[in-house]
Design a protein around this ligand. Structure first.
Ligand SMILES: CCCCCCC/C=C/C(=O)SCCNC(=O)CCNC(=O)[C@H](O)C(C)(C)COP(=O)(O)OP(=O)(O)OC[C@H]1O[C@@H](n2cnc3c(N)ncnc32)[C@H](O)[C@@H]1OP(=O)(O)O
Ligand SMILES: NC(=O)C1=CN([C@@H]2O[C@H](COP(=O)(O)OP(=O)(O)OC[C@H]3O[C@@H](n4cnc5c(N)ncnc54)[C@H](OP(=O)(O)O)[C@@H]3O)[C@@H](O)[C@H]2O)C=CC1
Length: 281
């Protein structure tokens, strides 16, 4: 571990989508550094399994789970009320997101809404809900949003996700100013490829080679978790409104999403096959 074990002692962290993938890896690192953790998602069984594994590894650290579809603003408010009833959260990590590969001209309105509703609106509801509570109580806070490279350079075949993540970057930069005087920091990470079960199935049908990555490999979960821990800690106390890119240098090699060049030539049958193998949830 790269940090002093008590780096996040006494901090209460809410990680949206913290039951799987990168959210779970970040939550685990926050617990190891002394934080207590709240995780949310739509599937109670997934959250319960993650919480059981956290409790087995960190028996003295409090972990709560909250079944919540963050597209539902009232459900987000109810979740925040439940968390605050125990004690206020200090850190929000906007990690939950929705994404899949699709030709943009074929997207239905509901498909657009499914992605924007989670990635942009859901993160906005969580951020505003936490910010309002912090400001009303005169408490400081930190919001870390997990973006993608497409927030910075666009994302062919994942256009609603690129739009949503670019919106989160604008939120980060705007609220850094508006909420700075309240002692609230907003920071972001734009990860390159950090393989997770969900992202590979949805976005990398050909697998996750490190083509186009100058460092020659994909990211490791512990590297993202370390960066997240630093950014939400007091060591980053003078950093706000910034987005840190962690992509092994891919962006500077002109790297659009790996595979996008081949996707330009995919047939309707190949798009249908990709749709068929994309998990429903
Ligand atoms: C290792 C790879 C590295 C690359 C990294 C790139 C950056 C990574 C970014 C990420 O965000 S990774 C995280 C991805 N995780 C998720 O997406 C998890 C959550 N996703 C979901 O739950 C679903 O995928 C969902 C479809 C977004 C939402 O599910 P929900 O049950 O609410 O919706 P549905 O009723 O199933 O569908 C709504 C609407 O969307 C249409 N649709 C669904 N899937 C597709 C698809 N693959 N292609 C086109 N359209 C799709 C569906 O048909 C519905 O529309 P209508 O038919 O009713 O019009
Ligand atoms: N893996 C990678 O290489 C990269 C990932 N990212 C970003 O990292 C983050 C995590 O991605 P990753 O771990 O790969 O993917 P996952 O699909 O594993 O994580 C998404 C999480 O969000 C939850 N979620 C989805 N929709 C909702 C919703 N409407 N309400 C509440 N929770 C929801 C899911 O749980 P449930 O389905 O139970 O609701 C799941 O736990 C995302 O923001 C993604 O864009 C960015 C760049 C690269």
């Amino acid at each position: 571990m790269a940090f002093a074990p008590g780096l996040l002692a006494g901090r209460r962290v809410l990680v949206t989508g913290g039951g799987t993938g990168l959210g779970r890896s970040m939550g685990r690192r926050f617990l190891a550094l002394g934080a207590s953790l709240a995780i949310c998602g739509r599937r109670g069984d997934v959250l319960d399994e993650a919480a059981a594994s956290f409790r087995a590894e960190f028996p003295d650290r409090p972990v709560t789970t909250h079944v919540c579809d963050i597209r539902d603003a009232a459900a987000v408010e109810a979740m925040l009320d439940a968390i605050w009833r125990d004690a206020p959260a200090d850190v929000l990590v906007n990690n939950a997101a929705a994404n899949f590969l699709a030709q943009t001209h074929r997207l239905s309105p509901r498909a657009v809404d499914a992605v924007l509703g989670t990635t942009l609106h859901g993160a906005a509801y969580c951020t505003i809900g936490c910010g309002r509570r912090w400001i009303e109580a005169g408490r400081p806070g930190v919001v870390l949003s997990i973006l993608t490279l497409s927030a910075l350079q666009g994302g062919a075949f994942t256009v609603p996700s690129a739009m949503a993540k670019a919106g989160l970057l604008a939120m980060t930069q705007s609220l850094a100013v508006e909420w700075g005087p309240h002692g609230i920091r907003l920071v972001a990470i734009a990860p390159g490829t950090f393989p997770t079960e969900s992202a590979v199935a949805r976005l990398r049908p050909g697998g996750t080679d490190a083509e186009g990555v100058p460092l020659g490999r994909n990211g490791r979960h512990e590297e993202l978790a370390d960066l997240a821990a630093f950014l939400v800690s007091d060591h980053a106390g003078y950093i706000t409104g910034e987005c840190v890119v962690a992509d092994g240098g891919r962006r500077f090699l002109g790297g659009a999403r790996a595979g996008a060049q081949a996707m330009l030539r995919w047939s309707d049958e190949e798009w249908a096959a990709q749709r068929a193998r994309t998990p429903a949830r």
